[in-house]
Design a protein around this ligand. Structure first.
Ligand code: ADP
Ligand code: MG
Length: 223
C-alpha cells in the first residue's frame, strides 16, 4: 500500500517559493494501475518523483509498503528504491555510452546479482520487450519506440513492486505508444503496481483509476 497524508512540496529558488504540492491525500493499493492527469505545471512530475523516492516531501507523510519515507536521507531512499521501484520517463533517460544490454543490466549490478543470473534475467527482459536483436546497439541507434522498450526492460529487470511512468508515450507515435501501453498493462496484470502521469485521455483509459491534479491538489478521481 502506498499512502500519502497532507503531502506538501515547496521549491525555493532565488528567493522565489513555489508550492508544487499542496496537501495530497492518496492511497494506492498493491496491483492498482493509476493515471495522474492535470494541466502542465500542476505538480504531476513532482508527485511522481516523491512517490518514486527520487525526492522528499517538504511536509506530510508518505508510507511506502509499511515504511515511512518522509525524513529519510537521500541514501536511505536510494536503498529503498533498489528492487522496489522502476522508473520510465518521457525522454527514456537511457545512458548513451552503454549498450542496450548494459543499460538493462545496470539495476542488477547495483543489486550485486550474480553474473549467471544477471545474464538470464537481462536476456529474458530483452526478449519480453522484443528488443533482443538490438542488444549490442547504443540508444542513439534506436527509434524512440525501441528506446522506450529498453527503458521499460531496465525498469522491470529487478522485479519492482511499483513502476512509475512520467508521460511514457509523450515522445512516441501512436503505434509505439500503444505498444508501450500494452506492455505496462501486461506488467500490471502480472501484479506490478503502475502509477503513470499522462496528458493522453486515450492512455488514461488503460488505468483502473484517474486522479486529476490542479494547482498541487487532487481535485477529482474517476474509476
Ligand atoms: P507538471 O509535471 O504537472 O507539469 P511539475 O511537477 O513539473 O508539473 O511542476 C510543478 C511546479 O513546481 C511548477 O510550477 C514548476 O515550475 C515547479 N518546479 C518543479 N520542479 C522544480 C524545481 N526543481 N525547482 C523549482 N521549481 C520546480
Ligand atoms: Mg511533468
Amino acid at each position: 500500500m502506498i499512502r500519502t497524508s497532507n503531502l506538501q512540496k515547496v521549491f525555493t529558488t532565488e528567493e522565489v517559493e513555489t508550492t508544487a504540492l499542496n496537501g495530497i491525500q492518496m492511497e494506492i493499493n498493491p496491483g492498482e494501475f493509476v493515471a495522474i492527469m492535470g494541466p502542465s505545471g500542476c505538480g504531476k512530475s513532482t508527485l511522481l518523483n516523491i512517490l518514486g523516492l527520487l525526492d522528499n516531501p517538504s511536509e506530510g507523510s508518505y508510507e511506502f509498503f509499511g515504511t515511512e519515507v518522509s525524513g529519510m536521507s537521500e541514501r536511505q531512499r536510494a536503498n529503498l528504491r533498489k528492487g522496489n521501484i522502476g522508473f520510465v520517463f518521457q525522454s527514456f533517460n537511457l545512458i548513451d555510452e552503454l549498450t542496450v544490454y548494459e543499460n538493462v543490466e545496470l539495476p542488477l549490478l547495483y543489486l550485486k546479482t550474480p553474473a549467471g543470473e544477471r545474464k538470464k534475467r537481462v536476456e529474458a527482459a530483452l526478449e519480453r520487450m522484443n528488443i533482443m536483436h538490438r542488444r549490442n546497439h547504443f540508444p542513439q541507434q534506436l527509434s524512440g519506440g525501441q528506446q522506450q522498450r529498453v527503458a521499460i526492460a531496465r525498469a522491470v529487470i529487478a522485479n519492482p513492486k511499483v513502476i512509475l511512468a512520467d508521460e511514457p508515450t509523450g515522445n512516441l507515435d501512436s503505434a509505439n505508444g500503444l505498444e508501450v501501453m500494452n506492455l505496462l498493462t501486461q506488467l500490471n496484470q502480472a501484479g506490478t503496481t503502475v502509477i503513470m502521469v499522462t496528458h493522453s485521455v486515450h492512455d488514461s483509459g488503460f488505468a483502473h483509476r484517474v486522479v486529476n491534479l490542479f494547482d498541487g491538489k487532487v481535485v477529482t478521481e474517476q474509476r
